[in-house]
Design a protein around this ligand. Structure first.
Ligand code: SAH
Ligand code: F3S
Length: 461
């Protein structure tokens, strides 16, 4: 019972949580394996943000439960948001699950597995499922471990890392289950985050992405503004000072907290990549209000314009929900208009999904699926055209690319530009972790292809 595979659904925070669980398990002597078919323990780290995400994980777990019939020692665990959201009720559908662990208890997984392992070795029949979805003070400080390069079975050294700076959210957007699954907004101490980034830099990480549900509120209860600079921007400044960290990203800010000090930071902090993910959700003021999103379309556009004023080459991405209850054709048209005006390079467009227990679930006038689908397609068409336009403009230019490792084929290499565009190119493995100049000579909708410009490594260190 030593080989663990973790399958992750959903967002970057889930990926980060899974990595931290994997690192904690490694430290306890478990082996983290890349293949589901060769594991003794399968942990599904789940997402609840839309119904489809929950159904996917439930389908997977039901499928895997058959494997337990053949091998009673096989362990199946459900972690994260769906575990938190549904708790022991999951057992009605999935009676064979051994572990149900909520979002504030990831750090307990090694103990739970040790207990299960000890019971099995002692020949004690496995009794009740372990269910732990309680709240835990300080749990935001437990997502801090990273897998070391030697833990990753010959994988190339990690050059970019996610760093959790905050857990939970208190915004209560009417559609969103996250405040329920992730709990109250809690920030980690700034010194801890900086120490973690320093340790990552010392092992060769060049790019960090600071993660939280609403990073613009980071530290608001624990730190004060100094000279008009918010705790979040103070944190970015401190990470910026770390030698070895070459690029800083973050996700996700909230338009409400996107103030002048953060826009100005893009003008003075060169490591801050010119790529902003700024969730808009809707371009209709009435719908924004119904969503409990405290900003207007005018204010949203003002933020985008202020960022483009500081960095004309800024890349933008966003989240949009189409078909929120009561969204009329005219209101969607306002979203379409603002979506077009912001000229996004990337967007995550979601069809509204009813999440039981959220205020929007009880609202009348739910929108039919085919209307949501149509609105989804309208925005996707705009996005595809934007992306093609942006990529065409990059043809012939030289972009700074951080080399991450071999591409999927293993024959070429992959990396990303500061604007978060994926690039594929030929390179020498010794360039992994370096910033290299790449001349872009071809593009598909989502990927750039190019050639290294010889003799011009930005970071030859
Ligand atoms: N604060 C987080 C939001 C997490 S949810 C962040 O910005 O990363 C991620 C996105 O899922 C939201 O921005 C929203 O666009 C979408 N979403 C949330 N609840 C949804 C629902 N009930 N139906 C459809 N999309 C939803
Ligand atoms: Fe969800 Fe809104 Fe928070 S989208 S995560 S409640 S900012």
């Amino acid at each position: 019972m030593n080989r663990v595979h973790i399958k992750t659904y959903g967002c970057q925070m889930n990926e980060r949580d899974s990595e931290a669980v994997a690192a904690m398990l490694r430290a306890r002597g478990y082996r983290i394996v890349g293949s589901e078919s060769e594991c003794d323990v399968l942990l599904l780290n789940t997402c609840s943000v839309r119904e489809a995400a929950e159904q996917k994980a439930i389908g997977k777990a039901a499928n895997i439960a058959h494997r337990k019939k053949k091998n009673p020692d096989f362990v199946l665990g459900i972690l994260g948001c769906m575990a938190q959201n549904r708790g022991a009720d999951l057992l009605d559908q999935l009676p064979d699950v051994d572990l149900i662990v909520g979002t504030q208890k990831f750090h307990q997984v090694p103990d739970f597995l040790d207990n299960l392992r000890a019971a099995r070795e002692a020949g004690v029949p496995i009794g009740e499922t372990i269910v732990d979805i309680g709240e835990e003070a300080g749990s935001q400080n437990t997502i801090k471990d990273h897998l070391a390069p030697e833990d990753c079975d010959g994988a190339p050294p990690q050059v970019n890392a996610f760093v959790s700076i905050q857990q939970g959210c208190n915004m209560d957007c009417a559609f969103c289950i996250v405040p329920k699954t992730r709990g109250d907004e809690r920030s980690r101490p700034m010194d801890d985050i900086v120490a973690e980034c320093r340790a990552l830099a010392a092992r060769g990480v060049k790019e960090v992405t600071l993660l939280g549900q609403i990073v613009t509120s980071y530290g608001r209860r624990d730190y004060t503004h100094t000279d008009g600079v918010s705790p979040f921007v103070q944190l970015i400044e401190r990470v910026h000072e770390i030698d070895g960290i070459e690029r800083i990203r973050f996700t996700s800010p909230h338009p409400r907290g996107f103030k002048e000090d953060l826009a100005a930071a893009y003008g003075r902090l060169p490591k801050l990549c010119e790529y902003v993910h700024l969730p808009m959700q809707s371009g209709s003021n009435r719908i924004l209000k119904a969503m409990n999103r405290p900003y207007s379309r005018e204010r949203y556009k003002e933020i985008v314009d202020s960022l483009r004023a500081v960095r004309p080459d800024m890349y933008f991405s966003t989240d949009i929900i189409v078909g929120f209850p009561g969204e009329t054709d005219e209101e969607f048209e306002q979203t379409r208009e603002l979506f077009e005006a912001c000229n996004y390079d990337m967007a995550y467009i979601f069809k509204y999904s009813i999440r039981s227990g959220t205020p929007a679930a009880g609202m009348g006038d739910q929108i039919p699926d085919e209307v949501k689908e149509h609105r989804n397609q309208v925005l996707l068409d705009i996005l595809r055209k934007n992306s093609e336009r942006r990529n065409a403009a990059l043809l012939g230019t030289v972009e700074e690319v951080l080399v991450e490792g071999p591409d999927k084929t293993g024959l070429r290499f992959t990396g990303r530009t500061r604007g978060n565009r994926v690039c594929i190119f030929d390179a020498n493995p010794r360039l992994i972790g370096q910033l290299v100049p790449l001349k872009i000579d071809r593009a598909s909708v989502s990927t750039l292809y190019g050639e290294l410009v010889l003799g011009g490594v930005f970071d030859a260190a």
